[in-house]
Write a protein that binds this ligand. Structure first.
Ligand code: ADP
Length: 407
């Protein structure tokens, strides 16, 4: 029976999971799926790596399964094949100042992570709920926390600081950066497919429903567009991105909005959805002829171009750019427009390669190499989990696990 590592990503009403078997020393995806509607109408589905359904269950309307019930079903009942679970890796959005790497979880680590709930109230409580449930129901099962913030912990102090009074900064109000597991994975893949870029100055663009960009120098994060929260930086599917903080005062004082109403506006009603008035989904906007759809796409691309200039300045140059996540991996139109806007930095796009989806989409003469690399945060979490359980660090040598198709 092969050893396996489960990777969990808990949202407010969902639990996504992946199962990686350890085959000949390498991690291989064997199953993935999710439980959704955990507090309203729970349903579960698990598929194998080819998409074939392995297990599915629907609890019906009005059932409150919760994260605990979903975990119990996943680990005690779901038919996921014959494997021995040796550990669970959790995606945890916030590791604060304390955690600059993945860590084995015990009661004291959980208590430390609970202190960061106020820094990420929309995500952290759900991440911790699954950890807590497993600590109680399966205390012998090793659990590892992998953080979206850890990859950015070494950023220079000037990058992390807000120009706020010291007493506020000391409460932890600083720039943390997110999507770190995705950036770390891409950095690993680059070390396999483009050594010069991996050792040089790269901007990685993680463009999905959540969107951010990260400046990486010699494999280390030096700046990112997300800051104290995951609402900063680029406009996203439904999040506004960077906003003059005076707007918040206006919303409170002139429009009488309270904190919850503002949160709803900034996180759920803005971005591509808010500007277009149509959808948060880039596919819908690309297919639309409505002026709102064009306005939303134009704004998104304009802001990517501006951030690119800022990140190239933070790096002091640019050797490579990488597109990743749902939009970055799939929208040839967006990549073409972003690359055109980045011509001044020495970017020359190979149109044919771009339409083919890459992986390399810049011309041979381009001063800046441009890549399309599918992200894989789950594999990154599985790698960290295996390394922590073995008492190791994740190293570039583990790039052997990453997408060999790109070599
Ligand atoms: P999440 O942040 O939820 O993980 P994803 O990385 O899955 O998001 O990205 C979702 C986004 O990717 C959506 O805006 C979706 O429209 C976009 N997307 C997916 N496929 C395509 C495509 N073929 N063309 C353009 N956009 C796409």
């Amino acid at each position: 029976m092969a050893d396996a590592i489960a990777v969990l990503n808990a949202g407010s009403s969902s639990l996504k999971f992946s199962l990686f078997g350890i085959v000949g020393g390498a991690l291989e995806l064997t199953a993935r799926g999710q439980a959704e509607g955990l507090y309203t109408s729970p349903r579960f589905v698990a598929r194998d790596r080819d998409g074939k359904i392995l297990d599915a269950k629907d609890w019906g309307d009005g059932v409150k399964l919760g994260h605990e019930g979903a975990l119990y079903y996943l680990f005690s009942h779901a038919d996921l094949g014959d494997q021995r679970l040796i550990g669970v890796g959790h995606r945890v959005v916030h590791g604060g100042l304390m955690f600059d790497r993945s860590v084995r979880i015990d009661a004291s680590v959980l208590a430390a992570l609970e202190k960061y709930v106020p820094l990420a109230p929309l995500h952290q409580p759900h991440n911790l709920a699954s950890i807590r449930a497993l600590l109680i129901s399966a205390p012998q099962l090793p659990q590892v926390a992998c953080f979206d913030t850890a990859f950015h912990r070494d950023q220079p102090e000037v990058e992390q600081a807000f120009a706020l009074p010291r007493a506020i900064t000391e409460k932890g109000v600083r720039r943390y950066g997110f999507h770190g597991l995705s950036y770390e994975y891409i950095t690993q893949v680059l070390s396999v497919c483009d050594r010069r870029a991996a050792q040089g100055k790269t901007v990685i663009m993680h463009l999905g429903n959540g969107a951010s960009m990260c400046a990486v120098a010699n494999g280390r994060s030096v700046a990112s567009t997300m800051g104290f929260t995951a609402v900063d930086g680029l406009p996203m599917g439904t999040r506004c991105g960077a906003l003059d903080s005076g707007v918040l005062l206006y919303l409170m004082d002139e429009l009488g909005m309270d904190a919850r109403a503002i949160e709803d506006t900034l996180y759920r009603q803005s971005g591509l959805l808010g500007v277009s008035g149509i959808s948060s989904d880039m596919r819908v906007l690309e297919a639309s002829t409505e002026p709102g759809a064009k306005a939303a796409i134009d704004l998104f691309i304009h802001r990517i171009g501006r951030e690119l200039g800022g990140l190239a300045a933070a790096l002091g140059g640019l050797d490579a750019m990488v597109f990743t996540a749902g939009i970055g991996e799939n929208s040839a139109m967006l990549r073409e427009r972003v690359c055109r806007a980045a011509g001044w930095l020495g970017v020359e796009l190979d149109l044919e390669a771009n339409h083919a989806g890459g992986p390399r989409i810049s011309t041979a003469e381009s001063r800046v190499a441009v890549w399309v690399i599918p992200t894989n945060e789950e594999l990154m979490i599985a790698q960290h989990t295996r390394a922590v359980l073995a008492g190791d660090q994740v190293t570039m040598a583990m790039a052997a696990d990453v997408n060999p198709g790109l070599q």
